[in-house]
Design a protein around this ligand. Structure first.
Ligand SMILES: NC(=O)CCC(=O)C(=O)O
Length: 271
């Protein structure tokens, strides 16, 4: 059984949630018309990186984003990885991914663990502290956010917990496009899972973004790649391929975690 994925590579209006909601709904509708089962939005898609105005524009408990995700999932009959939004909590603002299943139920909220200093996240945001695991129609999924992909140890925990598809939502700048493509391919190959990565298009006052949303299979082959412009990237994935690749090279069975720990302990004791 194949699953049709749509990455909604939006250009995000800076600090303007209303305009972005309109753009997102148009894109979700068009993906649903193409038969998408799972649709994905980019990172911070309601506000962009307008971090100095978070007091005004961050979403209280992400209530607005959750209601939006739930309504669109039901209206268009899709599982909806509603990117991430600036979520206002008692402890500060987090960069939080929202996921609604087809019935409109919120099945995951993951807050970005690794804050990206080059874009001032550490000055305005609080990190999360929990895994981003969820299931959609029987597919075991993990969700992470942009800079998180530079931390293979974090992604590995999700793969060890059973994730067959890794969803990445991002605002990744153009000058590091080479890193984006290479890191995503590496995460797919080493974890033998699908990687579905939705980046934004366009620019904001500080950055030009790369686009190039990607859908990569568990063998590391790119099955769909967008260019730099806004648009909808579609591809069909087959979860059976994850099992096939994991059987062909039994990386998970061949891991030696006790040896890694022992060797590291010895090294750090003598260092
Ligand atoms: N929004 C982000 O986390 C950007 C991460 C990034 O650009 C990188 O190079 O890493």
């Amino acid at each position: 059984m194949t699953i049709r994925i749509a990455c909604l590579q939006l250009d995000i209006a800076f600090g303007d949630p209303q305009t972005n909601e309109q753009r997102a709904e148009t894109a979700v509708q068009s993906a649903a018309n193409e038969g998408a089962d799972i649709v994905v939005l980019p990172e911070l898609w309601t506000t962009g990186y307008d971090l100095t105005r978070l007091d005004e524009i961050a979403d209280d408990d992400a209530a607005r984003a959750k209601a939006f995700a739930s309504r669109l999932a039901q209206t268009y009959g899709v599982h909806f990885i509603a990117g991430s939004v600036a979520k206002k909590t008692a402890a500060g603002v987090t960069n939080t991914m929202i996921v609604a299943d087809r019935s409109g139920q919120i099945v995951s909220e993951y807050s970005k663990l690794h804050l990206f200093q080059l874009m001032d996240e550490h000055l305005y945001l609080q990190p999360g502290n929990a895994l981003g695991l969820f299931s959609l129609g029987g597919l075991s999924c993990a969700g992470v956010i942009c800079y998180d992909i530079r931390f293979p140890e974090w992604i590995r925990v999700h793969a060890l917990a059973g994730a067959e598809a890794l969803f990445v939502v991002a605002e990744w700048p153009l000058p590091r496009l080479h890193h984006w493509r290479t890191l995503l391919m590496a995460r797919a190959i080493e974890n033998q899972c699908y990687v579905i990565a939705c980046n934004r298009a366009g620019s904001d006052p500080n950055n030009v973004f790369a686009g190039h949303s990607l859908i990569i299979d568990p063998w590391g082959e790119i099955i769909a790649e967008a260019d730099e412009k806004p648009g909808v990237l579609l591809a069909d994935i087959d979860p059976a391929l994850v099992k096939e690749v994991r059987a062909r090279i039994p990386v998970f069975a061949d891991r030696r975690p006790r040896d890694y720990d022992e060797a590291a302990k010895k090294f750090f004791k003598t260092y």
